[in-house]
Design a binder for this molecule. Structure first.
Ligand code: ADP
Length: 478
């Protein structure tokens, strides 16, 4: 089974959010199952060229308005396997990984085409193109319209994984023209979405997957479908949900060098020292009793950090501490600063991307808050549980598939609430504070979370089975 795995980011080379973790951790798990997998990424400016051993493995041109644009493919070997980096002027010109609206559409279109040409240049025919999110959808779109008459690609089938339906990519008709791509047509596609990369990819892909079973159902409804629910409903027979995993070696408090000390379920008492070290590092009063809540998150409306602020503003009477580690939306960052000023003695707003601090927060905080308005899979709750940090999460998407509410007896590992509303979160926090004050109850929640298997073996096995189904699909259904 040969799989071309195409994504915008993959840890440890480049990580902005959960997609980076997944594209970094799933490929090695699939290779362990015998999949011959090539992971390809754009060679973003932010990747440090000088720090990498690079081997040039292919050079070719990509047609834009009938002119050939030079492209190169570099291979680098990381500890968990090789990565192929797609390089060229349209990729190098764009600032950041995401968000450069002037250049990012072309960056991702160019890299999608470069990935396909790289396979041709190396005479490596994939059985499956596994494309992730809108950034890689262009390769799916090209294949859907071109493979019938193309001896090299005629047997390749496509799987498009939605990591976040909220990001469709910009209107791209002139860019499609320039690179000779034809948009697929589907009557279920709303007019506004006709030339948006994600929507086109969803119409063109042989199969679609998303990153939890609950999210796979939710996106068929207007409340979660971002306007694409009609299109997804007609593709529902080709839509599958597979929950993400976490690499249990990378996320392991008994081996984590970023922590002041190591601990496991058997030495959970040592976690107390993690909490005081974290309180000290953050300049918060060192107090083992006070519930220390945390969010480690992109600052985005999706994540509901504003709901957390509103819920906690109404919890003056009880002692609590709250740390937020996050960056992103400037308005939400401003809101966080204001919250920090309102609660200077017991909150810290750390507005940056800091993976080692994230680890110390998972290891030292009592609760990880996830008041997401939607959450395709969510990794922070799984990482939190692995580190003994109990999730308080909205019952949506992958959160609903991983967090089991405190009222569920022995299987409970956290707290769930129903509405994306501060009152609903506040009620869950009140319950969590009561449980936290009962040390044996709290320990049981931590132990249940820590003993859960969120590793990649199971999800990788399910992707493997899905790949077999996708590879044996005769014709695409769009
Ligand atoms: P999303 O993909 O929507 O951002 P996930 O929960 O799936 O959310 O994954 C987020 C990942 O990014 C987790 O590994 C989390 O620890 C990490 N992360 C988010 N914000 C930060 C930050 N400010 N510093 C360090 N790591 C972060």
């Amino acid at each position: 089974m040969r799989v071309l795995f195409l994504a915008a980011e993959a840890a440890p080379l480049v990580k902005v959010g959960g997609l980076g973790d997944v594209a970094g951790e799933l490929p090695p798990a699939l290779r362990r199952l015998g999949v011959e997998l090539r992971l390809m990424l754009p060679f973003h400016r932010s990747i440090d060229r000088d720090a990498l051993p690079l081997e040039l493995i292919a050079e070719f041109e990509i047609d834009r308005n009938l002119l050939g644009l030079p492209a190169k493919v570099w291979r680098t070997n990381l500890t968990h396997g090789p990565v192929e980096l797609l390089d060229g002027e349209p990729i190098r010109r764009a600032q950041g990984v995401y968000g450069d609206h002037e250049h990012e559409l072309e960056k991702f279109l160019f890299s999608s085409m470069a990935a396909l040409r790289a396979c041709e240049a190396q005479a490596w025919k994939p059985d499956i193109l596994h494309a992730h999110d809108w950034h890689a959808a262009f390769a799916v779109i090209w294949l859907a319209s071109q493979r019938a008459g193309n001896a090299f690609w005629s047997r390749t089938r496509t799987l498009l994984t939605i990591h976040n339906l909220g990001y469709h990519g910009d209107e791209s008709s002139s860019m499609l023209d320039a690179y000779g791509l034809s948009p697929p047509s589907s009557e279920a596609m709303p007019a506004w979405a006709r030339n948006r990369p994600l929507a086109m990819g969803l119409a063109a892909a042989d199969w679609i997957s998303t990153v939890s079973q609950t999210y796979a159902r939710e996106i068929l409804e207007p409340a979660y479908g971002h306007g694409l629910e009609g299109l997804l409903r007609i593709r529902n027979d080709r839509l599958v949900g597979i929950l993400n995993g976490i690499d249990q070696n990378i996320w392991d408090p008994s081996q984590d060098e970023a922590l002041p000390d190591r601990f496991s379920m058997d030495t959970l008492d040592r976690r107390r020292a993690m909490k005081s070290a974290l309180q000290e590092e953050l300049g918060l009063p060192v107090d083992p009793q006070v519930p220390l809540m945390a969010m480690v998150t992109r600052m985005d409306h999706q994540k509901g950090v504003d709901l957390a602020f509103e819920a906690l503003d109404g919890l003056h009477s009880k002692p609590w501490q709250f740390v937020v580690l996050g960056s992103g939306d400037v308005n939400l960052e401003a809101l966080a600063r204001e919250f920090g000023q309102r609660h200077p003695g017991n909150s810290r707003m750390i507005l940056r991307f800091d993976p080692p601090l994230a680890r110390r927060i998972y290891a030292g905080a009592d609760m990880i808050l996830l008041p997401s308005r939607y959450e395709p899979s969510g990794l922070a709750q799984m990482i939190g549980m692995r580190y003994g940090c109990v999730p308080v999460a909205r019952a949506t998407g992958g959160l609903k598939d991983t967090v089991i509410d405190e009222t569920s007896g022995d299987s409970a590992n956290g707290f769930l609430f129903g509405l994306a509303h501060a009152d609903s979160l506040r009620a869950a926090l009140e319950r969590a504070f009561v449980a936290h004050a009962n040390s044996s109850r709290w320990r049981a929640l931590q132990e249940t979370g820590m003993s859960q298997d969120f590793g990649w073996s199971r999800p990788a096995q399910r992707y493997y089975e899905l790949y077999r189904t996708v590879a044996s699909t005769l014709d695409h259904a769009a």
